[in-house]
Design a protein around this ligand. Sequence first.
Ligand SMILES: *[C@@H]1O[C@H](CO)[C@@H](O)[C@H](O)[C@H]1NC(C)=O
Length: 243
Amino acid sequence: YKQYQKFKYFIHRVILFFSPGSSQIQLVGSADPVVALAGDDVILPCYLEPNVSAVDMMVEWTRSDLKTQRVHLYREGRDSNGEQLPSYRGRTTLFKEELKNSNVSLKLTGVTLSDAGDYKCFIPILTRETTIPLIVGAVSQPVISINGTKDWGVVLKCDTGGWYPQPELEWLDSHGNVLSATEPTETSNSTETEINPEGRYTVRRYVTIRNTDNNRFTCRVVQPQINQTRETQIHVPGEVFIG
Ligand SMILES: *[C@@H]1O[C@H](CO)[C@@H](O)[C@H](O)[C@H]1NC(C)=O
């Protein structure tokens, strides 16, 4: 069977080489980076245009930004992942049913921050390649706590960890106004940022608030590069201000 596959592959190669249309074939990836969150499964798009079956072609996925780079190899009709980067073991698949429809996209499961990079989709027989950038972010829900009281107000703390890239954190009142240093309801306005060994950010911000009509405040964390926002609300009971 293996011999047969080899033979089939060889014949296919010869036919492709001499077929007049093959110089027009394009390999299409994605112009925009693919954005995923840590833990997601993601599809890195790559397909031949016009439609031509890739079942008998060699398809190589590599990381063009790394030295040792093999992410996935398909050849002679099956996966051949003996020399795959260990961090990708068991996490990559081609859509076998889609190969005949020219679709050689790669599915990557359980994305981690270190998967971020440039992925090259390469079909040697056509000498076509395309690079798909993958951006990986990480998010978490902010946590609000009452940190204490000051003579005229209450100090709230908003804490959020595990983010990547570094997010922006802001406090809002119930009307959606950002509580900045100029707001009369606030005196303390400091932001603390920490980064852990994995490269993830913790951001913390305090705000001092005055007893208002409804005492509802929102902590909003925004990361525009990965298009993510997380919010948490707090209602501070009026009694807290008395103490
Ligand atoms: C390739 O196949 C996968 C799985 O069916 C699908 O999600 C993806 O959209 C396909 N890509 C193209 C370009 O058709």
